[in-house]
Design a protein around this ligand. Structure first.
Ligand code: ADP
Length: 368
């Protein structure tokens, strides 16, 4: 079958995406070239460009790979100059919908060093704050302003990490726990018929203010860095899942809502060869590959409207099952690095996301 190129492809894809893709969106973010990147080909790197035709601006990215130009389109593309605020503006409505009772998942996908943690968590400094702190600020602010209309909200937070298909509680009381699974803590995942998820033994904390959550995020990040010294570069090898459960009730109207906001910093997507894996590293990489491809399969099946969605193929997809299907809302950030030396990984990341974004809708996948 015929392969459609460039802008024509984009237009076609975009229209079809709007019709069929429902509640799954994909945003791509290119981080700036950093001083320590080792190549200095200008701020956006050697091989990446952003087409500027009417239908492509802010939605398309072109990449040169081995002399061949590859074109990709997403719901949104942020170039190296996009600030944390620019990004948040585009997702604040999605975050808001968790207060209206939706189940929302926001993922960051990409190779290690591509800006996932920067996008989700950010760095210290008001301008540098990422999606997690900004979302929480917005949720607390809005829930307070809705009090005047009779709404009362309660919120509960939990934070966990999935490493080698094993759950670790980042808010466990006392000293941060280690990776050894103790028989008393199995972290069994259960879903009830109302779409509520419980993870046995997982610490869940009532939060009343942004300050409460900030304290918890600090504890979680300490817990994660304990892991990091135990396991080389551990944090990039595990999935981090922040969950905020939101219950709202309005006495005057009798309305009740139950929303969930899941913010997920995925493990680095780099492939086996690059990480030079043997032994434990090999096991880690295989387990990451397995869970990332399970996630891709799930999102792909949902976007296609398939009857069977293979949620059970990984801990991550099983945990998030009620928040990925049905009328929930999912956003995937594909973070990419502009480094010329990363181009191979970048192509893989862009392809992973365009499988979600376009390949399922009957338009031939480009043989790139
Ligand atoms: P990952 O979580 O994917 O491993 P990081 O978020 O740690 O990657 O990003 C790698 C480095 O690049 C960090 O030093 C981070 O602060 C920096 N960085 C990432 N994205 C941006 C950005 N948009 N603007 C400025 N610095 C960034």
């Amino acid at each position: 079958s015929q392969i459609v190129e460039g802008d024509e492809l984009r237009k076609k894809l975009h229209n079809t995406i709007l019709e069929l893709k429902g509640n799954i969106r994909v945003f791509c973010r290119v981080r700036p070239l950093l001083r320590f990147d080792g190549d200095s080909n200008g701020p956006e790197g050697a091989s990446i460009s952003f087409p500027t035709s009417v239908e492509s601006t802010g939605r398309a990215i072109d990449l040169m790979n081995q002399g061949q130009k590859l074109s990709f389109s997403y719901d949104k593309v942020f170039d190296h100059s996009a600030s944390q605020e620019d990004v948040f503006v585009e997702i604040s409505q999605l975050v808001q919908s968790a207060l209206d009772g939706y189940k929302v998942c926001i993922f960051a996908y990409g190779q290690t060093g591509s800006g996932k943690t920067y996008t989700m968590m950010g760095r210290p400094g008001i301008d540098q704050k990422g999606i997690i702190p900004r979302s929480l600020e917005q949720i607390f602010k809005t829930s307070q302003s809705l009090e005047s209309q009779g709404w009362e909200y309660s919120m509960q937070a939990s934070m966990l990490e999935i490493y080698n298909e094993t759950i670790r509680d980042l808010l466990a009381p006392g000293r941060p726990n280690s990776f050894e699974m103790t028989p008393s803590k199995q972290y069994t995942i259960k879903h009830d018929s109302h779409g509520n998820t419980t993870v046995s033994d997982l610490t869940i904390i009532d939060v009343f203010s942004i300050a409460d959550v900030t304290t918890l995020l600090e504890k979680a990040s300490q817990s994660r860095s304990v892991g990091k010294t135990q396991m080389n570069e551990h944090s990039s090898r595990s999935h981090f899942v922040f969950t905020l459960k939101i219950s709202g009730a309005n006495e005057s109207t009798g309305q009740h809502v139950q929303g969930v906001l899941n913010l997920i910093d995925l493990a680095g997507s780099e492939r086996l060869a690059k990480s030079g894996s043997t032994g434990d590293r090999l096991k880690e990489t295989q387990s990451i590959n397995k869970s990332l491809s399970a996630l891709s399969d799930v999102i792909f099946a949902i976007a296609k409207g398939e009857d069977h969605v293979p949620f059970r193929n990984s801990k991550l997809t099983y945990l998030l099952q009620p928040c990925l299907g049905g009328d929930s809302k999912t956003l995937m950030f594909v973070n990419i690095s502009p480094e010329a030396s990363s181009v191979g990984e970048t192509v893989c990341s862009l392809r992973f996301a365009s499988r979600v974004n376009a390949c399922e809708i009957g338009i031939p996948r480009r043989q790139t």
